[in-house]
Design a protein around this ligand. Structure first.
Ligand SMILES: Nc1ncnc2c1ncn2[C@@H]1O[C@H](COP(=O)(O)OP(=O)(O)OP(=O)(O)O)[C@@H](O)[C@H]1O
Ligand SMILES: [Mg+2]
Length: 507
């Protein structure tokens, strides 16, 4: 087996169910994306585990979400259980070696792994609106909020930054409406309330600094294996929108940060997107279009994206068309919709005259799949009924103690554990408000003789108290702006781009 140019995934079967040949994923087409589908309990997670092991062994870092906790076993050495050994014999995996993989555990809530954070600026208005499920009008306000933050040099790092910016925007609604279009107090209020809900769901942990450095996902070990980043997603799944938005953000970060490399001998990173239907469920068309765009373009950055979901119909057609390497586990076909799904799944394969695809899909055993990988010239291979190989690492979850130990020994231990709260919009706006207040108080003192009085020649500075504070604000704004603009390119860039937002602007 040429382990250096391909990943062994199992053995295809002849019509009489005897061994046919080894089925492999060619590493040079690992960036042409993939799809793992199948009903509950049919073997999707194990197939994912097998692929992740293969990529890691080839030196390709992997990122995957662990929805049920059962993928965490990839961090531990497997055991020679009877059914696994038998499967290894069936697929002629000889020797069947056991191995533990270099895992880095991550967790948006910081409980079962290193905390993963992103700043609000990095998230951008499009994804924030999606995360909060905003209406179109509210999304318009969100866009304006990001623009104001940009123009006025207000750093948006965490939720309280966004909250205080929105409060500030509500106060200035009339002025801002005149400048940018409709900014109504009720729509700002509605966003503020949604933000509170988000906060109560634990999203506050996720927004802030230190933000995740993409480089930490791209690690390899000294013996040349790719790190397997496992995101604890069991709790995260209770907030599916946060889950989907986060993975989308991560994908777009990879897209933005990684250089163009064209086609390589093997991918630079592989990204498994489990429960992928969540990404597209009632997603607005613009977002689906962006995802389609990112998936298409990220290939040339050397990143392979593998969607895992129950049903191929969960994935929009334009995205589906880009997923080259396919593993289709069994589907049920009781209801008309299920039958439709089976037909669609069957039709996406290059047919094999040995069997009827649609029938086969409903008859596959656990850990068996219809497999079609890209072969020479990137053409999909003829579909094969394939027994998937058993994993080398442990099947099933690790214990909390094992997890703690791995987290403590991780290469990023200590780097993300402490939240850093540097000066950003919240503090800046507080300061500004205080300055305005002080000025007001001073003015009242000076004007206590009556506002009819003025000092000749100083009218533009003193004027009425209202005008003065707005003048002062402009001065303060200008100062903050210049400070922030000079802070350096990374901050500046974070403000202006907004990830998927920047794609929207750029095209
Ligand atoms: N390739 C395989 N080799 C050996 N056993 C397997 C293989 N694939 C699956 N199995 C067996 O089937 C069980 C269920 O597989 P798995 O957890 O991957 O299903 P799933 O499709 O991810 O289910 P769910 O949708 O519930 O997450 C495994 O725990 C294992 O016992
Ligand atoms: Mg599973």
């Amino acid at each position: 087996m040429a382990e250096d140019t391909s990943i062994f995934i199992g053995a295809s079967r002849k019509p009489d169910d005897s061994y046919q040949r080894a089925e492999e994923l060619l590493l040079r087409y690992g960036n042409r994306h993939g799809l793992i589908t199948g009903a509950t309990g049919t073997g999707k997670t194990v197939s994912l585990q097998v692929l992740a092991e293969g990529f890691s062994n080839a030196g390709v870092p992997v990122f995957c979400a662990d929805i049920k906790g059962d993928l965490s076993g990839i961090a531990m050495m497997g055991e020679a259980k009877d059914f696994l050994v038998k499967r290894a014999e069936q697929v002629k995996l000889d020797p069947y070696r056991f191995q533990e993989f270099p895992v880095i555990f991550w967790d948006l809530f910081g409980e079962q792994g290193h905390p993963i954070r992103a700043t609000i600026s990095e998230m951008g208005p499009l994804l924030m609106s999606r995360l909060m499920n905003l209406t179109e009008a509210q999304e318009g306000v969100m866009n304006i909020a990001f623009r104001i933050a940009d123009e006025e040099g207000l750093l948006l790092l965490d939720l309280k930054d966004l909250q205080s910016l929105l409060a500030n925007i509500a106060e200035r609604a009339d002025e801002l409406s005149a400048r940018y279009g409709n900014v109504t107090k009720p729509s700002v209020g509605a966003i503020q309330r949604t933000l509170l809900v988000l906060e109560s769901q634990g999203a506050a942990n996720f927004f802030g600094e230190p933000a995740l450095r993409i480089a930490d996902l791209m690690r390899t070990t000294r013996d040349g294996r790719g790190a397997v980043s496992v995101l604890a997603a069991d709790k995260l799944m209770m907030n599916p929108r946060l889950y989907a938005t986060f993975l989308l953000w991560l994908m777009s970060e990879l897209f933005e940060e990684l250089p163009e490399v064209g086609d390589l001998d093997q991918p630079k990173l592989v990204f498994f997107f489990d429960e992928a239907h969540l990404l597209f469920e009632d997603a607005p068309k613009v977002l689906v279009d962006r995802v389609e765009q990112v998936v298409r373009l990220i290939r040339s950055k050397g990143v392979g994206v593998y969607f895992v979901t129950q049903n191929p119909l969960d994935i929009p057609e334009k995205v589906l068309a880009q997923l080259g390497n396919r593993v289709q586990h069994a589907l049920r076909a009781y209801t008309p919709r299920e039958q439709q799904a089976v037909r669609t799944a069957a039709e996406t394969f290059r047919p094999n005259s040995d069997f009827d695809c649609a029938t086969a899909i409903t008859q596959l055993a656990t850990g068996e799949a219809l497999v079609s990988m890209l072969e020479d010239k990137g053409v999909p291979a003829m579909v094969q009924r394939t027994l998937i190989r058993p994993p080398s690492s442990r099947l099933g979850p690790i214990t909390p103690d094992e997890r703690r130990k791995i987290i403590a020994e991780s290469p990023v231990a200590g780097q993300y554990d402490q939240v850093v709260d540097r000066e950003s919009a919240f503090e800046m706006l507080q300061k500004k408000a205080k300055e305005a207040q002080d000025a007001e108080a001073q003015a009242q003192q000076q004007n206590s003789g009556g506002s009819r009085w003025t000092i000749p020649g100083f009218d533009d500075v003193l004027g009425t108290s209202g005008r003065r504070s707005s003048n002062r604000q402009t001065v303060a704004e200008a100062a903050i702006k210049s400070v922030v603009r000079s802070v350096g390119s990374s901050v500046g860039r974070a403000i202006v781009r907004g990830i998927l937002g920047s794609l929207a602007r750029g095209r």
